[in-house]
Design a protein around this ligand. Structure first.
Ligand code: AMP
Length: 588
């Protein structure tokens, strides 16, 4: 039985497999190894996953969603068309598409996977990821941390112990981990990060910057509607990526706004130095996280043998430069930073199903886990203290117990409130759940003892059990946060059936486009056909000047189609811009 490794990223996802001792990322039908983590519905209700969905994001943000990973573990609802989806339901769609991608590439059914999450993910976020996998029809063999997967991919297996810093800056999350590799054992010594920091933030900063340049040029704000702002954001991302290899980037966004009847365009240049100024404070934060991880691992920068970069955002030259200056050592390159997590996950999946890949995984818990308790001080009893049961960075799986006593005479109830975090005040940490042990016998304070047992499994799921000493009374809590629940088998079956019906609809519903127009660009055909249809309708409503402009554009598109010209894409974008502009104007 084959099992795949999946990097379920905020921005992009990949699926990889070990076959005949070799590990590789599996391409989609378009040959692309990366599947954008974007889901949407076309205007005819067809499910779109990946690049197709991303392409319509600017045009139809109301029926497209990206960066859903930022919401994992919450009950935030996303409306797509006329239906609402929870974050793990959207993730299930992405996982289902990856499963299908793997099955198409391999020609066999895939039902097992190892899925990666940022080291900083909470229990609720890990549980939501696991549930998403199950809804997608995958048995989730293990949830592993992304930096651990990356280290596995680098296959750093020398006889001597190597200490590695894994710096992972993706689209939506940042992690840094200090990993120790000895022979076949990979151990995470410490990890830190921020699960809300990444390339999306750089895009947003640049988007604001572009907005202010536009205002300077035209003395008008860029319209605040979702579609226009989405266009500006996607322009910002393109500029950012260009600045990784160029010192300057040119931005040309036509019809971004208007002043009366005059259309306004954004045409400007951004220097790499300007971009670096915008993002430097965020990158400084990541350096502090490196220092904290090193301190936790009790290591000095000089003791680090190697630095591995993971995530698309590490392609930014300033990122590499700042890390090198800070740690006095240049990062190792070799494997593409956006693929190595999937490759490592596949290696782990291979190990779990008995493929001949030999790497053993040791992982640590990212946050301390404990309960709220009262402590006796010279000033008396102070409640609400955070009593740690499993300290951060303990190797998983891990089980620990702590015994607590009643604080008051004749105390009948003890409330077990579970938290995760590092603050000594319980309330300042993330609450994971609570329950009560009731009907305690009336005894003096301190006479009743209660053992609280924490069991943290390989998937990062915490089970809390309470036993009243002497009486043996038990209470159990499986941690789930913010409304995310383990699904019952009945609920799971239903969620799977709902998901399948979406995919069935996808395969039934294909839009016909004339075959001879642009033979190699089937995907563009669908989109272009819709645009052209919209343009024809619009022509009838425009004044003569605008109608002439549009007709001219349509003529150019026709020429480009008949000559199979590469200019078509650019013209298509121009048409898209024209339609937004015209439609926005119409609403005013
Ligand atoms: P990942 O989550 O690892 O797939 O990384 C995705 C993020 O990397 C997105 O924010 C991309 O915009 C960003 N990214 C990809 N390529 C580059 C590049 N060449 N320069 C800067 N950022 C990039």
């Amino acid at each position: 039985m084959k099992a795949v490794g999946i990097d379920l990223g905020t921005t992009n996802s990949e699926v990889a497999i070990v076959e005949n001792g070799q590990v590789r990322v599996l391409p989609g039908e378009d040959g692309d190894l990366i599947l954008p983590s974007c889901v949407g519905f076309s205007d005819t209700g067809k499910l779109l996953v990946g690049r197709e969905a991303l392409r319509q994001y600017a045009a139809a943000p109301e029926r497209t969603v990206k960066s859903i990973k930022r919401w994992m573990g919450t009950d935030h609802k996303t409306t797509l068309g006329d239906k609402e989806y929870l974050p793990h339901e959207v993730s299930a769609i992405i996982l289902r598409a990856l499963k299908q991608r793997a099955e198409n590439a391999l020609g066999s059914t895939i039902s097992q996977a190892v899925i990666t999450v940022p080291a900083y993910f909470t229990d609720a976020q890990r549980q939501a990821t696991k549930t998403a996998g199950e809804i997608a029809g995958l048995e989730v063999l293990q949830i592993i941390n992304e930096p651990t997967a990356a280290a596995l991919a680098y296959d750093l297996r020398s006889e001597e112990t190597e200490r590695v810093v894994v710096y992972d800056l993706g689209g939506g999350t940042f992690d840094v981990s200090v990993v120790e590799i000895t022979g076949e054992v990979t151990e995470v010594l410490a990890s830190h990060g921020n699960n809300r920091l990444g390339g999306d933030d750089f895009d947003r900063l640049l988007q604001l910057h572009l907005g202010s340049l536009f205002k300077k040029q035209h003395n008008v704000d860029v319209p605040d509607d979702a579609a226009t702002q989405a266009r500006l954001q996607s322009a910002a991302e393109q500029v950012k990526i260009e600045l990784s290899s160029h010192a300057f980037a040119t931005v040309r966004e036509a019809y971004l706004g208007n002043k009366g009847k005059t259309a306004l365009h954004l045409e400007t240049e951004v220097a790499r130095a300007d971009f670096e100024k915008l993002i430097r404070p965020l990158l400084e934060e990541t350096l502090q996280a490196i220092d904290r991880a090193l301190t936790d691992a009790k290591l000095e920068p000089e003791q680090i043998d190697r630095i591995i970069l993971v995530g698309g955002s590490t392609r930014i030259p300033l990122v590499q430069q700042m890390i090198e200056e800070h740690l006095g050592q240049a990062p190792t390159d070799g494997i593409q930073p956006d693929l190595c997590v999937a490759l490592g996950a596949a290696l782990q999946a291979g190990v779990l199903v008995g493929e001949s890949v030999d790497a053993i995984l040791v992982d640590v818990i990212p946050h301390s886990l404990g309960v709220a308790a009262a402590v006796t001080t010279p000033m008396g009893l102070i409640p609400g203290y955070f009593s740690v049961i499993i300290p951060r960075n303990s190797v998983v799986p891990v089980s620990r117990s702590h015994v607590y006593s009643t604080a008051f005479d004749k105390q009948e109830i003890v409330e077990i409130e579970v938290f995760q975090g590092e603050n000594t005040i319980a309330e300042e940490n993330v609450p994971l759940g609570s329950y009560k042990v009731e009907n305690l016998p009336p005894k003096p304070a301190g006479d009743i003892q209660i053992e609280v047992h924490f069991d943290f499994d390989l998937n990062g799921i915490l089970t809390v059990t309470t036993t009243e000493k002497g009486k043996g009374q038990q209470g159990t809590l499986v941690v789930n946060n913010a409304g995310i629940q383990k699904l019952s088998s009945h609920e799971l079956t239903k969620a799977r059936a709902d998901l399948e019906s979406l995919f069935e609809f996808e395969s039934d519903e294909t839009i016909e486009v004339s075959a001879e127009s642009i033979v190699d660009k089937a995907e563009i055909d669908t989109e272009l056909a819709t645009l052209l249809e919209g343009a024809q309708k619009l022509l009838e409503t425009l004044d003569s000047e605008q109608a002439e402009e549009l007709q001219d554009l349509l003529d150019q598109i026709e020429d480009a189609i008949s000559q199979n010209s590469t200019e078509l894409l650019e013209l298509q974008e121009e048409l898209e811009d024209f339609l937004y502009y015209a439609n926005n104007n119409e609403e005013e």
